[in-house]
Design a protein around this ligand. Structure first.
Ligand code: ZN
Length: 221
């Protein structure tokens, strides 16, 4: 099933899917669980739009390339371009909506790439590596510094975080990203994952939510 940006009420969002700009190690407890140092500067990487699939109805994972880890993350959809040095107001004005997303990672492969100092595309950019549900309009959020993110698998809460725990909060993070490369309407920002990552198995039933805002059920096919 091909992906198209939309809001939870089913309204289609007209700008096309762009790139997915991600930050690594943005929650201290998650950096610690994978034995990674906390970076002195934001650790950024990009997933291509081609890897995005919709959450609803279930999604496939690669089954012959080692462990496929889930990373539940707050996704931010941009509805306006940002570049160089946007102000806090410009960043907030450019945000169209928020959703809970999955940044899927071939973890065994990533460990090998990290050992050799190689780039992460092979473990982060495969088809299906970014799973997105519909967005809730930004107007529904009072405080960008207090957005929850929760992933429940087979009835057990595995990840439960909040944007208040981010080492780089959402607005300064996007300001930094825009200074590194132009952001466009239709781009998605993945804001890092809280602790609790682990492998998906085919058949897992999951609930992915921004608690109190949006909630989606899905399964690993
Ligand atoms: Zn991630």
């Amino acid at each position: 099933m091909s992906y198209q940006h939309q809001y939870v009420d089913g309204t289609r969002i007209h700008f096309p899917l762009g790139k997915v700009v991600c930050i690594g190690r943005n929650y201290a407890e998650h950096a610690k669980e994978l034995d990674n140092p906390i970076p002195s500067e934001p650790l950024l990487f990009i997933k291509p739009g081609s890897c995005v699939v919709p959450l609803e109805g279930g999604f496939k994972i690669p089954t012959e390339r080692g462990s496929v880890h889930y990373e539940a993350e707050i996704a931010v959809l941009l509805g306006k371009p940002l570049s160089t040095k946007p102000t806090e107001e410009e960043v907030l004005d450019a945000i169209s909506g928020y959703a809970p997303a999955l940044d899927l990672t071939l973890r065994d492969l990533q460990s090998k790439l990290k050992e050799k100092g190689l780039p992460w595309e092979l473990c982060k950019s495969f088809d299906g590596a970014c799973v997105l549900p519909p967005f809730v309009s930004a107007g529904a959020f009072e405080d960008v510094k207090d957005i929850g993110i929760r992933l429940t698998i087979n009835g057990e809460v595995r990840q439960d975080g909040n944007s208040a725990m981010m080492l780089n909060p959402i607005v300064p993070m996007i300001q930094h990203m825009a200074a590194c490369f132009s952001l466009q309407a239709g781009d998605v920002i993945l804001t890092g994952t809280p602790a609790g990552v682990g492998p998906f198995e085919v058949g897992d039933e999951l609930v992915l939510e921004l608690p109190g805002v949006s909630r989606f059920e899905s399964r690993v096919l």
